[in-house]
Design a protein around this ligand. Structure first.
Ligand SMILES: Cc1cc2nc3c(=O)[nH]c(=O)nc-3n(C[C@H](O)[C@H](O)[C@H](O)COP(=O)(O)O)c2cc1C
Length: 179
């Protein structure tokens, strides 16, 4: 059976790279279900992911059916991997705080590390180096989240430094090797 990837998008300019990753995964035979925050959908349209994955992009925890409660079903039955790509500073803080006030926060708690969770930060260098972000990443890593470290490079804000989203090709290779 093909492996199932839950691909969560958050509010970053780097969202377009998630479309490239989703495309590679689907071509390789993976099933991909995208979830997104409302802010992520300010950066990229759901039609892109719906066209690539053949599934609706899920944003709303309350949009389920009696036999499909999105955060429970996706976390405990559907996904073989939870992948946050790109992960905003805000999402990282939300997960490290254990908040369940959005769809992916609830998925993360309901999963409770029954399936692997990978997270790829993408943000301005100072946001990444801020002690709050570093503390939150450390908490998540200690719990068992695999952090796909950002790389150095020219960022969308025009500065050069750490915070650039890990390349989709590298993440694709890691999924093929590790999952
Ligand atoms: C143009 C623009 C680019 C942004 N890029 C990023 C980014 O790469 N990483 C990040 O953590 N936040 C970025 N932000 C800020 C987030 O979108 C903001 O913190 C938002 O609340 C994140 O929401 P979410 O985590 O629910 O998706 C950006 C904001 C704007 C306006």
């Amino acid at each position: 059976m093909s492996k199932r990837i839950l691909l969560h998008l958050t509010g970053s300019v780097a969202c377009f790279k998630a479309a490239a990753l989703a495309s590679m995964l689907v071509k390789e035979g993976y099933e991909v279900q995208a979830t997104a925050t409302e802010r992520a959908l300010r950066f990229i349209g759901p039609a892109t992911f719906e066209g690539i994955t053949g599934r609706p992009v899920l944003t709303d925890m309350f949009a389920g059916q009696p036999d499909f409660i999105p955060h429970i079903t996706l976390a405990q039955e559907w996904a073989d991997l939870l992948l946050v790509y790109p992960a905003s500073a805000n999402c990282i803080a939300r997960l490290a705080a254990g908040l369940a006030d959005d769809l992916f926060g609830a998925i993360f708690l309901a999963n409770n590390f029954q399936r692997p969770v990978w997270l790829a930060p993408a943000m301005n260098t100072q946001m990444y180096l801020h002690p709050a972000t570093q503390r939150n990443l450390k908490v998540l890593e200690e719990w068992g989240v695999v952090i796909l470290a950002p790389v150095e490079g020219r960022l969308a804000c025009g500065t050069v430094g750490t915070g650039k989203l890990a390349d989709p090709e590298l993440v694709f290779q890691k999924i093929k090797e590790d999952l």
